[in-house]
Design a protein around this ligand. Structure first.
Ligand code: GRF
Length: 318
């Protein structure tokens, strides 16, 4: 992604209140070399204070009314429409106090990020600073993470540590953590959109595809991000410099060692026999040898998913 203004990544920022993280993102985006720009600021209530600043700065704003009971799907459909209209490719939650449905998250898998004022996985949810003080922690901080259906539970992208000071109150602590948030969030968003070929960006792209498959979930396995089917088995691993091999690759299931050998013979630059997994017919696909063919990767992920999913899911047409 270039910092050429015409080619900047467009982001949608979702707020519910003060919007100071939105402001930090906006002012960061004013730097000439910033690789993102705010395409739209969406609020889930017209009284969100941050809207005033966003409007004063000339940003496109949309204030939705909070959904009435039973209206969540319609509310989220409106959100999706506004995001699509704005051309945003990334959804940035900045103090958005509404839990998004699993359907919404799945529809935008790998493209929603959030900032939380603690060192996740510690202190999820609300009243974080009280909880930190009650637990007599000496260090807290903030976390930027990908959003999944689990509240404050998605893969962590970056954290900043903040010391707790004697006599801190929830307010003084919140104010200091906020300083760290305002530094961290624009930096992480810039990194995320700026380098589609960097391993972390590739991992995010893989997540986007893998987690969109039915019942797919992610967890670390021997230090590598692994994707599995709930109630089934692992169907993919992201391998980065595994045991110092210097390789960035996706590991998926081939039909067996025969297909594995054939693939390697046909395209030895792209395919390899992965350590440990090789004997059981897995195949390594390099992500670090030129432009990645993501459609090809998506085919492999789907195929490997089908081989790993419980029957009732694997039969689903999609
Ligand atoms: C921040 O502390 C953020 O971590 C949390 O909500 C707060 C939002 O503050 N998710 P602001 O609206 O950005 O000022």
């Amino acid at each position: 992604m270039s910092s050429d203004p015409a080619l900047r990544a467009r982001i949608a920022v979702l707020i519910s209140g003060r919007g100071s993280n939105m402001a930090a993102l906006f002012y960061a985006s004013q730097a000439k070399d910033c690789p993102f720009e705010i395409a739209v600021v969406l609020a889930d209530n017209p009284a969100a204070e941050g809207l005033i600043l966003a409007q004063a700065e000339g940003l496109l704003t949309v204030a939705l009314s909070p959904p009435a009971k039973g209206e969540r799907a319609a509310f989220e459909a409106r959100l999706t429409d506004h995001i699509a209209d704005s051309g945003a490719s990334l959804i940035v939650l900045a103090g958005f106090m509404r839990v998004l449905s699993a359907d919404f998250v799945a529809a935008h898998a790998g493209r929603i990020v959030n900032i939380h004022p603690s060192l996740l996985p510690a202190h999820k949810g609300l009243h974080v600073h009280q909880a930190v003080l009650a637990a007599a922690e000496t260090v807290t901080g903030c976390t930027v993470h990908l959003v999944t259906a689990a509240l404050d539970g998605g893969p962590i992208m970056a954290q900043t540590r903040v010391a707790v000071i004697d006599n801190d109150t929830p307010e003084t602590l919140a104010a200091r953590v906020m300083l760290a948030e305002h530094q961290l969030y624009p930096r992480v968003i810039a990194e995320l959109v700026a380098a589609p070929n960097r391993p972390d960006a590739q991992l995010n792209k893989l997540r986007e595809i893998a987690l969109a498959l039915p019942a797919a979930a992610e967890k670390l396995s021997h230090g590598s991000p692994g994707f599995f089917v709930e109630g089934g088995k692992f169907f993919a691993y992201f391998s980065q410099n595994h045991h110092g091999d210097g390789i960035t690759a996706l590991l998926v299931k081939a039909s067996g060692v025969e297909e594995q050998s054939q693939l390697i013979e046909n395209d030895p630059e792209l395919y390899f026999r992965p350590a440990y997994f090789g004997p059981s017919g897995w195949i390594g696909i390099r992500l670090d040898v030129g432009a990645v063919d993501w459609a090809h990767i998506a085919d492999w992920l789907t195929r490997s998913w089908r081989m790993s999913a419980p029957k009732r899911l694997a039969m689903l047409p999609f």
